[in-house]
Design a protein around this ligand. Structure first.
Ligand SMILES: [Mn+2]
Length: 332
C-alpha cells in the first residue's frame, strides 16, 4: 500500500524545528534518508538537527561531506549533540528503523522526547514507539519513501537531495538486484538521476575506494576456499597471520562471503575469522531455503534464515569442525 503523505505534510507545515535520527551502525539508507530529509525540511525554512547514537561508519562517510550527522554525547565533545538541546525541538522523526534496540543511546532521548514523534520506515513493525507511523513494509528502501515525501511537499529535488537518496536505494537493493525491486524503484531512480544523482560517482565512492591490503586479504580468502557436500557448501577462513601479513583489518572481510555464492550449485557459504586464539567469528549465508539461522543458533549466534552469524568460543579449527559438521548434517 502506498503511503498517504498528507498527515505528515501537515505535521511538517505546522511545526518549525525537527530532530532526525536513525539506527546505530548506520547504512546508506539510514544516513541518506536523514540527510535528504534534512535538506527537504531546510528548503521549507525549517530548523533541523540530525542526531544519531553513533558516528557515521567510515566506509560511507562520503555521503555526508559536510558532517551534518551529529552524535549524541556530552557538552564539550566536538560536534556532539547534548540531550537538553533536543528537548526544545517540536518534532522527532525516526527513519529506517522501528526498534528501540537499534537506536542505541538515542533510545532514551526518543522515550523522553516531549514533542511529536514520527516514524518513516520499511521494516516490519517491532516496537510501539508512541509515534505516528508512515510505513511501507514492502518498500525496497526508506530512501524512496523520503523522495515521495519530498515530492508530496512540493520541494524541488536538488542534486544534494538526489545523491544520498540514490545511494540509499542502490545499497538497500544490492544495486537493484534484490526481489524487493519493483517498477517504482526504477521510476524513483530515474527521477533522482534527472535531479542530478551521479550513479558512477556513487558506485565508485561505495565500492572502489578500498585499500590494497583489503585486496590482498581477499586473495587469501579466495585461496582458502574449500568445497564440501558435493559443492553445496563452500567455506573459507582468515587467520591472524593473514591479517598481519596483508596489513588488512577485521572490517576488510566485509562482503567477502558473498563471493562464494558466485559458484554454480553453492547453497551455503561459511566464513571463519580468527579474531583471537580462542575467539572465532562465523558468518553464514544461504541462497536457498536452507536455514542458516538454525545453524548459528547452535553456537549462540543469530540473524535471519539467509544471513546469520556470531562469535564461536573456540579456536578456528574447533569452530570449523563444529559449524561445518552442523551444516553437513543439516544438508543431509
Ligand atoms: Mn533500509
Amino acid at each position: 500500500m502506498a503511503i498517504d503523505w498528507q498527515p505528515l505534510c501537515e505535521i511538517i507545515k505546522s511545526h518549525e524545528s525537527f530532530v532526525l535520527t536513525s539506527h546505530c551502525r548506520a547504512d546508506c539508507d539510514a544516513v541518506g534518508s536523514e540527510l535528504a530529509l534534512a535538506q527537504i525540511l531546510q528548503s521549507l525554512g525549517k530548523t533541523v538537527v540530525i542526531s544519531n547514537g553513533d558516528p557515521v561508519p567510515e566506509h560511507i562517510r562520503f555521503i555526508d561531506p559536510e558532517n551534518q550527522v551529529r552524535v549524541l554525547g556530552q557538552s564539550g565533545q566536538d560536534g556532539a549533540v547534548e540531550p537538553k538541546e533536543l528537548w526544545k525541538i517540536d518534532v522527532l522523526i525516526i527513519v529506517d528503523t522501528s526498534a528501540w534496540v537499534q537506536l542505541g543511546p538515542m533510545a532514551e532521548v526518543v522515550k523522553a522526547f516531549p514533542g511529536e514523534r514520527v516514524i518513516v520506515d520499511h521494516h516490519v513493525s517491532q516496537d510501539d514507539m508512541g509515534a505516528i507511523e508512515f510505513k511501507e513494509e514492502t518498500a525496497e528502501a526508506t530512501g524512496r519513501l523520503i523522495l515521495e515525501l519530498g515530492e508530496a511537499l512540493g520541494v524541488t529535488i536538488t542534486p544534494e537531495i538526489a545523491m544520498p537518496l540514490f545511494a540509499a536505494i542502490a545499497t538497500d537493493t544490492g544495486w537493484f538486484r534484490f526481489s524487493s525491486v519493483k517498477e517504482e524503484t526504477f521510476l524513483a531512480l530515474a527521477r533522482l538521476v534527472a535531479a542530478g544523482a551521479d550513479p558512477p560517482g556513487i558506485f565508485s565512492a561505495l565500492y572502489e575506494q578500498h585499500s590494497l591490503a583489503r585486496l590482498y586479504l581477499r586473495g587469501r580468502i579466495l585461496d582458502h576456499v574449500v568445497s564440501d557436500a558435493d559443492g553445496r557448501m563452500l567455506s573459507t577462513h582468515v587467520t591472524q597471520q593473514d591479517f598481519r601479513e596483508t596489513g588488512a583489518k577485521t572490517t576488510d572481510t566485509e562482503d567477502a562471503i558473498n563471493t562464494l555464492h558466485t559458484v554454480a550449485g553453492s547453497e551455503v557459504a561459511v566464513l571463519f575469522v580468527e579474531l583471537e586464539p580462542e575467539v572465532t567469528k562465523v558468518s553464514l549465508r544461504s541462497r536457498t531455503a536452507f536455514n542458516v539461522q538454525a545453524i548459528a543458533a547452535q553456537f549462540g549466534g543469530g540473524g535471519h534464515k539467509a544471513a546469520s552469524g556470531g562469535t564461536f568460543a573456540g579456536t578456528l579449527e574447533e569452530a570449523q569442525v563444529a559449524v561445518l559438521g552442523a551444516v553437513r548434517a543439516a544438508l543431509g
